[in-house]
Design a protein around this ligand. Structure first.
Ligand code: AMP
Length: 278
């Protein structure tokens, strides 16, 4: 099956006119440089929806001034081939000027307790940018289901909250983190890692594994779990290792099915995120 490339909003609207009332639309929002993590979201949508739309858009408003917006990996040819191989119906890949027609536009703020901690603390304005683009994509594409990776845990939780707070008629589907054989969570940014960085980066999933094993042995105290994890992360530039609930509030004791371990660290020049849903 051919994947339709929709480079403009006008093309998207024309495509939507070809869909009938009984269509179920699944949206997989991405910034491209697709890997198996993205493909797992696509596969989940293919199982549930009649039509799967992937958006590919490197969203400038979620990057800080000293971040890698201009250097972010882009490979549209390869992405289109992967979408085609995985049965994607359409790829929406607009220009920045299409998605942000005005300079001083209406803005959306995440909840204070969720949006300005962890990633939101380190990357100022990051979640304002994420919410802006995701809401625009939701309005334009009107999906029934939208698929997000658990890999970006804070993003997933904040988007779920936006759907609740704004009564959006969309179901958010959370998909598990896909990892390479060595345990490193897949990420478009992994290509920045040198061989040595990559070896160091493995301390991240290893720390989470130590924490998970300690929980299985019955440890419930978050302070002890964090201490055990930090031992594995020696010599790594740790931004945070924290355990919190689904509203991002820190916890003293683990709560099953209601806690998450968040980890962010810089390896070489690359910031990596990983987490553990408990
Ligand atoms: P990105 O292109 O990095 O913005 O990611 C697009 C979507 O893919 C987001 O919902 C991510 O959480 C998800 N994603 C990225 N990496 C992975 C992974 N390793 N496993 C599962 N989902 C992922």
């Amino acid at each position: 099956m051919k994947t339709l490339l929709l480079p403009t909003i006008k093309d998207l609207i024309s495509y939507q006119k070809t869909l009938n009332q009984n269509s179920y639309i699944g949206l997989v929002p991405t910034m491209g440089a697709l890997h198996e993590g993205h493909l797992s979201l696509i596969k989940a949508s293919k199982q549930k929806d009649t039509h799967t739309i992937v958006s590919i858009f490197v969203n400038p408003t979620q990057f800080g001034p000293n971040e890698d917006f201009s250097k972010y990996p882009r490979d549209m040819q390869k992405d289109l081939r992967l979408c085609e191989e995985n049965g994607v119906d359409a790829v929406f890949a607009p220009q920045v000027s299409d998605m942000y027609p005005n300079h001083d536009e209406i803005s959306l703020n995440p909840p204070k307790n969720m949006g300005y901690v962890y990633e939101g603390f380190i990357r100022e304005g990051h979640f304002n940018g994420v919410l802006a683009i995701v809401l625009k994509l939701f309005h334009l594409i009107k999906p029934h289901h939208a698929y997000f990776g658990q890999k970006d845990a804070q993003q997933l939780l904040i988007i779920k909250r936006m759907v609740q707070d704004l009564f959006l008629p969309i179901q958010i589907i959370a998909c598990p983190t896909q990892r390479d054989a060595d345990g490193l969570a897949m990420s478009s940014r992994n290509i920045y890692l040198s061989q040595e960085d990559r070896k160091n980066a493995l301390k991240i999933p290893n720390a989470l594994k130590i924490i998970s094993q300690a929980i299985e042995r019955g440890e419930t105290k978050c302070a002890s779990l964090i201490e055990a994890g930090k031992k594995v992360l020696e010599n790594i530039e740790l931004d945070y290792l924290a355990i919190c609930d689904y509203n991002l509030a820190p916890l003293e004791e683990i709560r099953k099915n209601a806690s998450i371990v968040l980890l962010a660290a810089k390896v070489g020049k690359t910031r990596l995120l990983d987490n553990l849903w408990i």
